[in-house]
Design a protein around this ligand. Structure first.
Ligand code: BTN
Length: 328
């Protein structure tokens, strides 16, 4: 923990900062500062030290520790952010926390997942050191029907987080895959608990997996044709801690403005890679082709079929012509 606090101070200082100033700020001994600096160096941080001037952080490995994220968020906010190096699934851990009374907006982040979960019971590849695997707990006092839009709203929030920290605006493939250059770089899985007596929401867990610095070999072979990472598509290494902090800021904004569906819907339409495209709708054994002519207020798709009929689709798999899954 001391190491994380020292790291946050070094990251926020553009000039040399003395060991004495650090020890005063944290209320720890000079020896504890020295020990923290040594262990940071062991972890790959390059920290210059000059007599009578102090320390200067020259470069950091792309790590995703508590201290890395603390450099971009307030200490108060970080009190409800749990950071792990490895965990089975951040969604599962967040659910345990939610059931044990964790407050609204609690966040769980991991550098790796050994049992990352995707939609429809699939697994979500979550290799170490290259992605961001984050779950947030929302505890809105409402019925499940009032939150049908939250996953789509999260997709908009994550586009904004990626745009502000990586300078690239992804598009959204309905309903909640983020894509860059037609490849998936982020998936979102929302789970909820409902109180049996009242039917009210007990908790919502929104899980977000971002492929940040993956090389192609980091993906399982079967998804290499359609999955990619922000680094592969932009050529720039992502500062994962900065992006994770930005994700948390956008999720806080979303939680405070969940009722303002219209603003998110308008942004969603602007970012949509599905609207006005030919789509293939797959439900049960059935496959139909139509055109996505609008996105309704509840984020369902309005589809026009070749025979002129118009229907709304709110669940199931939808592939977009020209995108993965529908390439004829
Ligand atoms: C999908 O595209 O199928 C959804 C993927 C969601 C993955 C995230 S990673 C963080 C959170 N923890 C999980 O086990 N899954 C979600």
């Amino acid at each position: 923990m001391t190491k994380d606090l020292v790291l946050a101070i070094l990251k926020n200082s553009d000039t040399y900062i003395s060991g004495e100033a650090i020890s005063k700020e944290l209320g720890i001994s000079r020896a504890a500062v020295n020990t923290a600096v040594k262990s940071l160096r062991d972890a790959g941080f390059v920290i210059d030290s000059v007599n009578n001037r102090g320390y200067l952080l020259k470069s950091s490995p792309d790590t995703l520790s508590y201290g890395d994220i603390l450099a971009h968020l307030s200490k108060e906010r970080m009190e409800n952010v749990k950071v792990f190096d490895e965990i089975p699934s951040t969604n599962d851990y967040a659910r345990e926390l939610a059931l044990n009374g964790a407050p609204d907006k609690t966040v769980v982040i991991s550098n790796c997942q050994t049992k990352g979960k995707g939609r429809r019971g699939r697994s979500f590849a979550s290799p170490k050191g290259v992605g961001i695997y984050l779950s947030v707990i929302f505890k809105p006092d409402c019925l499940p029907k009032d939150t049908v839009s939250v996953t789509a709203q999260t997709a908009v929030a994550m586009c904004n987080a990626i745009n502000s920290s990586c300078n690239v605006m992804p598009k959204i493939k309905w309903v909640n895959d983020l894509i860059i250059n037609q490849k998936k770089i982020c998936g979102i899985l929302t789970e909820m608990g409902i109180e049996a007596e009242t039917g009210h929401i007990q908790y919502l867990i929104i899980g977000i997996g971002i492929n940040a610095n993956h090389k192609l070999s980091d993906f399982p072979k079967e998804i290499r044709d359609f999955a990619s990472s922000i680094m592969l598509e932009t050529g720039n290494v992502v500062n994962r801690a900065k992006l994770a902090a930005q994700m948390i800021k956008e999720l806080d904004i979303l939680r405070d403005n969940m009722e303002d569906i219209t603003a998110y819907l308008n942004e969603y339409k602007d970012l949509s890679a599905t609207l006005n495209k030919d789509v293939k709708i797959i439900s049960n054994e059935d496959e139909k082709i139509g055109k996505a002519i609008d996105i309704n207020n509840d984020f369902s798709l309005k589809i026009k079929y070749p025979d002129g009929t118009i229907k709304d689709v709110s669940s199931g798999e939808v592939s977009v012509r020209g995108l993965y899954g529908y390439s004829d």
